[in-house]
Design a binder for this molecule. Structure first.
Ligand SMILES: CCCCCC/C=C/C(=O)SCCNC(=O)CCNC(=O)[C@H](O)C(C)(C)COP(=O)(O)OP(=O)(O)OC[C@H]1O[C@@H](n2cnc3c(N)ncnc32)[C@H](O)[C@@H]1OP(=O)(O)O
Length: 396
């Protein structure tokens, strides 16, 4: 283990830790954070405070609630306050958000708070550059092509030479693209892949970019990023559709349980080889998959790594409908264009009604899965499997 970690460590690059501690104050919820975050210097703190003051837009109640919850968790630990009454709407929403963090450690909550504020500053910068409804992204994103047409924003994974494996930068880009899509004037958002694959999951080379803090620090940063990434899907407010053009692996499969519809080519396969990689499920699949397909079928996928055909995934409820590959694009886009003309507010509200009861639970599951994976990434089983893939000794 030490030898392998050492080999990984030698490949580590820079990655100076930028951890601003910020104070955010908006009229409806006065949120203050004081004290010192784990890795934030006083200088970072002051500069971050200034950045927050420059935010042009109120980030909205959902984000403010998350900030509130993380702040409370970071400063007071798990929620142990009595639940406010049902008619005390604001305090109940705050209590719900805090309580949903369960036993998330104070340190992690503190760091997540800092990261959230940092992502707010970058997404507000990007949203000022993005024109709603316009083709927005070819130069803005390195690993995505984002277009908006006919009321549909399409987010396409664009690393076909690596089977659309999701690099660290790509996780960030997907979060930014989703945040922009949630605010643009499209009615439906679609995620798809360029090339023969939909997505080969996490880029296994992500774990070779180790920061000065070492593998433990890397695992911690990855868990934070994973939690934020999956959280963006949980909170996505509009109908979200996956157009699965080819094989899908790992995290690109697990998050399908958070989509509102999944259309698949009959070339697509669905594979979550977590045990083979020394990992454990993420993307809320430990909760959504047993719900969707029943525990026995979920076990075959999530524990034994059984690869499903598109037809099998459809029979088990993970996929909405399968199309022959030869007509896949035409049929799916014709259908989506028709759906995109439905009244947008009605669709959003229906999604809320269908999903909102589950949100709290999903955030708690996400936090738990991310913290379990933080440990897994440091295990011999996982390090050896990653090294085997990277040294070309193993493939799925
Ligand atoms: C960090 C925060 C979040 C983490 C969340 C946890 C997520 C978990 C997961 O997603 S687990 C799943 C991880 N994915 C894999 O294990 C897939 C690995 N890839 C393969 O087994 C194969 O590449 C394949 C079966 C997907 C495709 O095989 P084949 O058709 O033979 O193509 P190649 O192997 O030649 O692939 C072409 C090129 O792409 C590189 N590549 C493909 N997938 C990945 C990947 N996931 N990570 C890194 N690189 C990948 C592959 O190495 C080839 O590169 P090369 O041309 O050899 O340089």
């Amino acid at each position: 283990m030490a030898g392998v970690a050492g080999r990984l460590a030698r490949r580590w690059c820079r990655s100076a830790v930028r951890s601003p501690l910020q104070v955010i104050s908006f009229p409806s919820l006065q949120l203050h954070l004081s004290g010192t975050a784990m890795r934030a210097s006083q200088e970072d703190f002051e500069s971050a405070m200034n950045q927050v003051k420059l935010l042009k837009k109120d980030p909205g109640n959902e984000v403010k609630l998350r900030l509130y919850a993380l702040y409370k968790q970071a400063t007071e630990g798990p929620c142990n306050m009595p639940k406010p009454g049902v008619f005390d709407f604001i305090n109940k929403a705050k209590w719900d958000a805090w309580n949903a963090l369960g036993s998330l450690p104070k340190e992690t909550a503190r760091q997540n708070y800092v990261d959230l504020v940092s992502s707010l500053t970058s997404s507000s910068e990007s949203s000022t550059q993005v024109k709603p409804g316009a083709d927005r992204g070819q130069q803005e994103y390195e690993n995505l092509v984002v277009t908006s047409e006919d009321g549909i924003t399409k987010i396409m994974f664009n690393r076909p030479t690596r089977k659309n494996a999701i690099s660290t930068q790509m996780y960030q880009e997907i979060m930014l693209a989703l945040k922009a899509a949630s605010k643009d004037d499209s009615t439906i958002t679609v995620v798809t892949g360029n090339g023969d694959y939909y997505c080969s999951g996490n880029d296994l080379a992500n774990f070779t970019d180790i920061p000065p803090g070492g593998v433990e620090e890397k695992a911690k940063q990855s868990a934070i990023m994973l939690r934020d990434f999956v959280g963006t899907f949980i909170d996505f407010p509009k109908p979200l559709v996956a157009v699965v053009n080819g094989p899908a692996v790992g995290i690109s499969v697990t998050i399908l349980g958070l989509f509102d519809a999944v259309y698949a080519s009959d070339r697509a396969t669905f594979h979550t080889p977590f045990s083979h990689l020394g990992l454990s499920p993420e993307g809320c699949a430990s909760y959504t998959f047993p719900k969707i397909m029943g525990p026995a079928k979920a076990t075959e996928m999530l524990i034994f790594g059984k690869k499903l055909t598109a037809g099998e995934a459809c029979a088990q409820g993970l996929v909405t409908e399968v199309f022959p590959d030869s007509t896949f694009q035409k049929e799916v886009w014709t259908r989506l264009k028709a759906y995109s003309k439905l009244p947008p507010n009605s669709m959003r509200i229906s999604k809320q009604v269908i999903r909102n009861m589950e949100k709290e639970k999903l955030h708690a599951v996400n936090a738990e899965e991310s913290s379990v994976l933080q440990e897994r990434w440091l295990s011999d089983e996982c390090i050896n499997a990653t090294m085997n893939f990277l040294s070309k000794k193993a493939k799925l």
